[in-house]
Design a protein around this ligand. Structure first.
Ligand SMILES: Cc1ncc(COP(=O)(O)O)c(C=O)c1O
Length: 375
C-alpha cells in the first residue's frame, strides 16, 4: 500500500534532500570530535559545526553565532533555559496552548506560572498579560504556533508587551519554523528554542537555543562536563556555546541539519497549496469541525478536526489500515491546549502536511475521508 505521510507536525518525512548524504558522509569519512583534536579531520568537524551555527544565526536573527547552543531537541533546549535562568521563587507567563515541552518542564523545575487566556482559535489575548504579572514574574514562554491547531501566535506583539512588563520573551519555534518568521530582536524576543526534525526537515536528535547576548549572560549551566576548552578547570567555561554544551554533541545530526538548512535556503517558503486544499474540504463538510482558524494566513500546515458521530481513534486507524494515510489522533502532548480549546475529552485527529506533500496526495486523502464518512 502507498504511504501518505500527514504527521509532519510530529516529525518530518521525507527529510530534506541532502540530509542523508551529509550524515552518511560525515560518519563514513570523518566521524571525529570537534574541539577535541588539532588534526585535520577534527578541524573539519569543527568547521562543519561552525557553519551550521552560522546558518541558524541567519535564520533566527542572531548576530553572534556563539550564542547558538546545540541540544537534543527543543524540549532539552527549553529545560536548559528554564534551569539556567529561573528559580522556584520566580514566576512565568505561558499561553493557553503550550505543549508539554513547556508545561512539564515548568512543573519539573517547580517554576510557578500563570496561563494567558486565548480566543476561540487558540490565539493569546495579549491585553490580558499585565494583570497576570507579579513582582517575581521573569519571563514569557510562548509557542510561535500551536501544535494542535496550527494557530500562529502574535509573537512580536506579545514580545513587545512582555518587555513593557519587564519580562524576557522565550519562543518555542518547534511548530512555527519555517512558516512563522521568528528572530531575536532587542526589546521583543530574547530566546528562541528550535528543533531540527520538524519543519526544518532535518534529522531527529538535534535542536537548541538561540540567545540574545543580554539573556545569554544570565543563563547558568545545568549540565557539567567536558567541552574541549579550559580543560585545566573543574568548572564549566564561562564562554558560549561551551558553557551550555557539556559533552560531545550530535555532530552527525548537526551535519544533517546543516544540509536541511541549505535546502530551506534554496527552496524558500514551503508551497502550502495542498494544505489549503485540505482545509477547504474540511470547512465544507458539515460533519467536520476544524479546530482553530479558518484561513491559511492564520495557521501553519497543521489541521486538527473532530467529526460528528465518528470515533476519531477509529478514523485514524482506518485511514492508515485501509488507505495508508498516516495522521495522529489524541491529545498531541498538549493537554493545556485541549483544555483551552474544549477538546480535552474527545482529542482531535491531526493532519499535518510537509514540504513534500502533493495536491494528488491530498485529493486521495479527501476521497478516503469521504468514503469513510459516507459509505
Ligand atoms: C509546540 C511544540 N513544542 C515542543 C515540542 C517538542 O519537540 P521535540 O520533541 O523536538 O523536543 C513539540 C513537538 O511536537 C511541539 O509541537
Amino acid at each position: 500500500m502507498r504511504r501518505i505521510y500527514l504527521d509532519n507536525a510530529s516529525t518530518s518525512f521525507p527529510k530534506a534532500p541532502g540530509v542523508l548524504e551529509a550524515m552518511s558522509s560525515y560518519l563514513s569519512q570523518n566521524a571525529s570530535n570537534p574541539g577535541r583534536g588539532s588534526y585535520n579531520h577534527a578541524l573539519q568537524a569543527m568547521e562543519l559545526v561552525i557553519a551550521c551555527r552560522s546558518k541558524l544565526s541567519t535564520l533566527f536573527g542572531c548576530t553572534d553565532s556563539r550564542n547558538v547552543v546545540f541540544s537534543l531537541n527543543v524540549t532539552t533546549a527549553l529545560n536548559t533555559l528554564m534551569a539556567g535562568l529561573l528559580t522556584r521563587e520566580d514566576h512565568v507567563l505561558v499561553s493557553g496552548v503550550e505543549h508539554n515541552a513547556v508545561m512539564r518542564a515548568l512543573v519539573l523545575h517547580r517554576i510557578p506560572y500563570s496561563v494567558i487566556p486565548c480566543d476561540k482559535d487558540g490565539r493569546i489575548i495579549v491585553e490580558a498579560m499585565p494583570e497576570l504579572v507579579g513582582a517575581r514574574t521573569k519571563a514569557l514562554f510562548l509557542t510561535s504556533a500551536s501544535n494542535v491547531t496550527g494557530t500562529i501566535q502574535p509573537i512580536r506583539e506579545a514580545g513587545e508587551a512582555a518587555h513593557r512588563l519587564g519580562l524576557w520573551t522565550c519562543i518555542d519555534t518547534a511548530q512555527g519554523t519555517p512558516t512563522v518568521d521568528c528572530r531575536l530582536e532587542e526589546g521583543v524576543i530574547d530566546a528562541i528554542a528550535f528543533t531540527g526534525h520538524k519543519g526544518l526537515a532535518g534529522p531527529q536528535g538535534v535542536g537548541g537555543l538561540v540567545l540574545s547576548s543580554n539573556l545569554a549572560n544570565c543563563v547558568t549551566p545545568s549540565v557539567g562536563g567536558g567541552t574541549g576548552s579550559r580543560s585545566e578547570s573543574f568548572a564549566m567555561p564561562d564562554l558560549l556555546p561551551d558553557r551550555l554544551e557539556a559533552g560531545t554533541q550530535n555532530i552527525v545530526g548537526i551535519a544533517g541539519l546543516s544540509a536541511a538548512l541549505d535546502f530551506l535556503n534554496t527552496q524558500g517558503m514551503m508551497d502550502r497549496t495542498s494544505c489549503s486544499q485540505l482545509l477547504s474540504y474540511f470547512l465544507s463538510d458539515s460533519r467536520i469541525t476544524v479546530i482553530g482558524p479558518a484561513t491559511m494566513e492564520e495557521r501553519t500546515s497543521v489541521i486538527s478536526i473532530t467529526v460528528e458521530d465518528f470515533d476519531l481513534a477509529e478514523l485514524a486507524y482506518r485511514l492508515d489500515a485501509e488507505y495508508g494515510i498516516q495522521t495522529r489522533y489524541g491529545l498531541h502532548c498538549a493537554p493545556l491546549a485541549h483544555t483551552t480549546l474544549g477538546t480535552l475529552q474527545t482529542g482531535t485527529i491531526r493532519f499535518s502536511c510537509g514540504y513534500a506533500t502533493t495536491t494528488e496526495e491530498i485529493e486521495y486523502t479527501i476521497q478516503a475521508m469521504k468514503e469513510l464518512l459516507y459509505r
